[in-house]
Every structure is written in structure tokens, then in C-alpha cells.
Design a protein around this ligand. Structure first.
Ligand SMILES: Cc1cc2nc3c(=O)[nH]c(=O)nc-3n(C[C@H](O)[C@H](O)[C@H](O)COP(=O)(O)O)c2cc1C
Ligand code: SF4
Ligand code: SF4
Length: 251
């Protein structure tokens, strides 16, 4: 990587994190989209004086398991990392702190963090549009142009209940009377959960990427009960971007 350039790593099944990642990138920066499984196989080699910004969505108040596993597979070699958690304006939990804790365990020095609300894929009302003005302000924070609102400590539990939550939440269904077998859903699935007959396998993370990509509108997320959508409807609202510095154990 060129001197002073940063690395940006994003996971973005429905495109919001990618929008933020693209806004951060300048000429010479190394932008890596790890949404697809094969892109998570060969991690970059990190350096002590490098800065890597991780841009990840919030799934069930934490980062997606695929992101957590990816971070666990890295060796940051003592380099700097910052984190942006993009969420649907419902609940952010302690996703920044959890991600920062994982990064620290993988030998990164965590520097800055931001919570960035964006339109929720499951919500009919699209709050929190990622305007150019907001994207430029987010970039300005990570470029050091203004100070953080507060300091966060590392925290969060080690285990994930996301597989359990997925099973009780719903499944990704296909209306085969509409499906044209074009294969687009298979091309965008971040966890290889689209079978060769285009049905969804049990490891589906309900990310919505295939629903968005299907030109025949043959796919949808079917919720087992109205609870998740009612919860989202009640809590999804306009939220502000939040900017933080991290307090490390040695500080
Ligand atoms: C399975 C799943 C779980 C989610 N959980 C939350 C959540 O706990 N809180 C929230 O505010 N948004 C939640 N969201 C919304 C996403 O964080 C939001 O849509 C984000 O912008 C997705 O990033 P992407 O467009 O880069 O894929 C969830 C979305 C999905 C698909
Ligand atoms: S993207 Fe839609 S139409 Fe194409 S194979 Fe998948 S389900 Fe069928
Ligand atoms: S099958 Fe599931 S995990 Fe794969 S893209 Fe569709 S919703 Fe996402």
C-alpha cells in the first residue's frame, strides 16, 4: 500500500456499507469488499503503521457472524483499525464495542468508531438516507477533521445467538412460478445459501441480497410471526450519526 493510504474493508449484502466504504476511499486506498465468501478467504497482510477501516452492518445488535469470523481469521500485526457499524435505525446494541473487542484480539489497535444509520432493508419506511452531505461528514471524521463525541470501552459477549435468531425469525422463500432460473440470487449470496435449484439452504442469514437482486421478484423474506416487523416498525426512526474514540485497556 502507498504511504498514508488506508485500507477499507466492507461487508455489504444490500449495499449501504458499500456506499459508506466508497465515500471513504481516496485514490491509493485499498478498498476490499468481503461480502462474497471467496473474498474472505485470502486476507490482506497488515502492517504496523497502517490504518484499516472496517465497515459492517448491524445484525441483531451485533456484527454478522461472517464478519466476526473474518476478523478472527486476521492478524493485524499491531496496525490501527477503525470501525463503522451501519444499522437500520432500530437498535445498535453494543455492536461497535463488540467489533472493537474482536479486532483487539486479532492484534489491531482500535482507534475510532462510528454508528451510521441507513435505510433498513426490512422496513417499508426508508429513514436515514445516506446523503452526500452525511457521507462527506463521516469521511471528515475518519480523516481527523473533527473530534469524537465520546469515548467507548471494549465490551461484548464472545458467543453469537444469530443462528438461533434466524431460525425463529423466518426464512428466504422462492416463488418458483416466477423464477426464471437466471442464477442472480446465487451470484450475490454472501454465505453460499442458494442451492442449485435456487431454494434457500438452512445457513441463510436473511440478509436480503438475493431478494434485492432477483429480477423476477421471485424471492422474499417470510417472517414466521409478525413480531420482528412490528418491532422494526415501532423502533425504526430517524437517527443521527455518532462518532467515537476507543479507550484501549492500556490507555
Ligand atoms: C438479518 C438482519 C438483522 C438486522 N438487525 C438489525 C438490528 O439489530 N438493528 C438495526 O437497527 N438494524 C438491523 N438490520 C438492518 C441493517 O443493519 C441495515 O439494513 C444495514 O444498512 C445493512 O447493511 P448493507 O446494506 O450494507 O447490507 C438488520 C438487517 C438484517 C438483514
Ligand atoms: S434471481 Fe430470482 S429468477 Fe433468478 S434464479 Fe434466483 S429466484 Fe430465480
Ligand atoms: S439466500 Fe439468504 S443469505 Fe443468501 S442472499 Fe438470500 S437472504 Fe441472503
Amino acid at each position: 500500500m502507498k504511504e498514508n493510504a488506508k485500507r477499507i474493508i466492507c461487508f455489504s449484502p444490500t449495499g449501504n456499507c458499500k456506499k459508506v466504504a466508497l465515500a471513504l476511499a481516496e485514490r491509493g486506498d485499498d478498498l476490499r469488499d468481503i461480502t462474497m465468501p471467496e473474498k474472505r478467504e485470502n486476507p490482506p497482510v497488515f502492517g504496523q503503521n497502517e490504518m484499516t477501516v472496517f465497515v459492517m452492518p448491524v445484525y441483531n445488535r451485533g456484527i454478522p457472524d461472517a464478519c466476526a469470523e473474518y476478523i478472527k481469521s486476521l492478524d493485524g500485526k499491531g496496525g490501527f483499525a477503525s470501525v463503522i457499524c451501519v444499522y437500520g435505525g432500530v437498535t445498535k446494541g453494543k455492536s461497535l464495542q463488540k467489533a472493537a473487542k474482536l479486532l483487539t484480539k486479532s492484534n489491531f489497535r482500535v482507534a475510532k468508531g462510528a454508528y451510521v444509520p441507513a435505510p433498513h432493508f426490512y422496513s417499508k419506511e426508508k429513514f436515514n438516507v445516506l446523503s452526500q452531505e452525511r457521507l462527506q461528514r463521516i469521511k471528515a471524521f475518519f480523516d481527523g477533521e473533527f473530534a469524537a463525541k465520546a469515548i467507548l470501552s471494549l465490551s461484548g459477549v464472545e458467543f453469537s445467538i444469530q443462528p438461533f435468531l434466524r431460525v425463529i425469525t423466518g426464512s428466504c422463500r422462492v416463488d418458483f412460478s416466477l423464477c426464471t432460473a437466471c442464477g442472480k440470487c446465487k451470484e450475490v449470496c454472501p454465505v453460499n445459501a442458494v442451492r442449485s435449484d435456487f431454494s434457500s439452504a438452512g445457513n441463510c442469514i436473511l440478509c436480503g441480497a438475493c431478494v434485492k437482486a432477483c429480477p423476477a421478484r421471485a424471492r422474499n423474506i417470510r417472517f414466521h410471526t409478525p413480531v420482528p416487523l412490528l418491532f422494526i416498525k415501532a423502533n425504526c426512526k430517524h437517527r443521527d450519526d455518532e462518532f467515537y474514540d476507543f479507550k484501549l485497556p492500556s490507555d
